[in-house]
Structures are given as C-alpha cells and as structure tokens.
Design a binder for this molecule. Structure first.
Ligand SMILES: Cc1cc2nc3c(=O)[nH]c(=O)nc-3n(C[C@H](O)[C@H](O)[C@H](O)COP(=O)(O)OP(=O)(O)OC[C@H]3O[C@@H](n4cnc5c(N)ncnc54)[C@H](O)[C@@H]3O)c2cc1C
Length: 182
C-alpha cells in the first residue's frame, strides 16, 4: 500500500499524482472571530484556533512532480495577511505574526483521489491525491481501499465494488479516456 501522501519512494506521475504546497500563517489578534471564514473573494480562510489566535490560509502555491522537487517557499507578507483580514471583515487589532509554515499534500488534476492498484507497480495499491481535503475523505477512502483489496484477494463474500466507484478513483484514469466523467 502506497499511502505516503505527497512523498514516498514510488513514481506516481502516470497516475496523475503530484505534490503541492499548503502554506498558512498563525496570527495573534485581540479578538479572534467565533467561527471560521472561508472567502473565495479574498482567496483565503481564517480559522480561529483560540479566542486570540487565528490561522490564515496562504496564497502562493507551488506544484512539482515529487515532494523532493517541491519548493517549500511562499509565505504571505504581513501586508497581505492584514489585507486578508480586512477583506473578510475581521478586525486586526493587536495583530502579531506568530508562525508561518509551508506544508504540503498530494494533488490530482481532476480533484479526485487515486485509489487502486498502481499503473507501474501492479502489486501496490496507491491511495493518494487528496487535494488538501484528506481528513474529510479518510473513512470513505479506507472503505473503498479495503473493498478493492478484498476483491483482489478473492476473500470477498458480498457484491464486488461498483464499477463506477472503481473507475472514478482509478489510477489509470489519466492514461485512458473511456468511462471517465470529469
Ligand atoms: C496545513 C494543512 C491543513 C489541512 N486542513 C485540512 C482540513 O481542514 N480538512 C481536510 O479534510 N484536510 C485537510 N488537510 C489535508 C489533509 O491533511 C491531507 O489531505 C491528508 O493528510 C493526506 O493524507 P495522506 O495519508 O495522503 O498523506 P499524509 O497525511 O501526508 O501521510 C503520509 C504519511 O506517509 C509517510 N511517509 C512518506 N514516505 C514514506 C515512506 N517512504 N515510508 C513510510 N512512510 C512514509 C509520511 O511521513 C506521512 O506520515 C490539510 C493539510 C494541510 C497541510
């Protein structure tokens, strides 16, 4: 099982999986908002972590075929962070930049994860390409992956995994066109 996120030793280019940065900053404010704000207009999110600390999503993203070649830079300037707070209607009183990180995740060009046996290593199942939303998908992804493994091992007693689901997340979908709806 290759569930190594953006990293890992096996090539996944054929499977459309690549690495992308996920930058964010943590900032002190006299009064953090009570609820998270997600703003397409301001191209950010503001997430309260406590009554006085917020996390602000970064703007500059980088992509690369592998984690090793991903440039881990692109931190927002203080000016940009203040603009983001202003454009989401959050008071910046007491603003103090505390921490900045450039994290990463694995991405796919159609926004769906890859779950299935690898194109290059047929005995390996690839489970990657979570496009920055892997927490939310984890239990569903695990159920699909386990079902595929049981299918492959012929241990399954119930109906096989639906062809639609297998196709939707198939590692081969970027190298062939039939049956794909993106
Ligand atoms: C800052 C940030 C905020 C996020 N917020 C959210 C959110 O609010 N909601 C949400 O749904 N998702 C969120 N995500 C996305 C979510 O964290 C990822 O989509 C998810 O963690 C991806 O899971 P994964 O198992 O593919 O990879 P990872 O979580 O990266 O796990 C891969 C693991 O494999 C290990 N590994 C790598 N190479 C090897 C190797 N050769 N051998 C053994 N182990 C190896 C790594 O050390 C790592 O522990 C966020 C991501 C970031 C970075």
């Amino acid at each position: 099982m290759d569930a190594c996120g953006a990293g890992g030793p096996l090539p996944r280019t054929l499977e459309g999986v690549y690495a992308r940065t996920v930058p964010f900053s943590r900032v002190y404010l006299e009064s953090a908002p009570e609820k998270p704000v997600i703003s397409y207009h301001a191209n950010t999110y503001i997430l309260p972590l406590s009554k006085t600390i917020v996390q602000i999503g970064g703007s500059e993203r980088h992509s690369a075929p592998t984690l090793d070649s991903l440039p881990l830079n692109g931190k927002d300037s203080e000016t940009l962070l203040l603009q983001k707070l202003a454009s989401t209607g959050i008071h910046a009183d007491g603003f103090q930049l505390l921490q900045q990180f450039v994290a990463w995740d694995s991405w796919t060009s159609d926004g769906r994860p890859v779950i299935g046996f690898s194109q290059t290593q047929p005995r390996v199942m690839t489970v990657a390409g979570f496009n920055g939303v892997g927490f939310k998908l984890a239990s569903g992804v695990a159920a699909i992956a386990v079902r595929q493994l049981l299918d492959a091992l012929h241990y399954i007693s119930g109906p096989a995994i639906s062809a639609d689901l297998a196709t939707l997340f198939s590692p081969g979908r970027f190298t062939r066109k039939e049956g794909i709806c993106v």
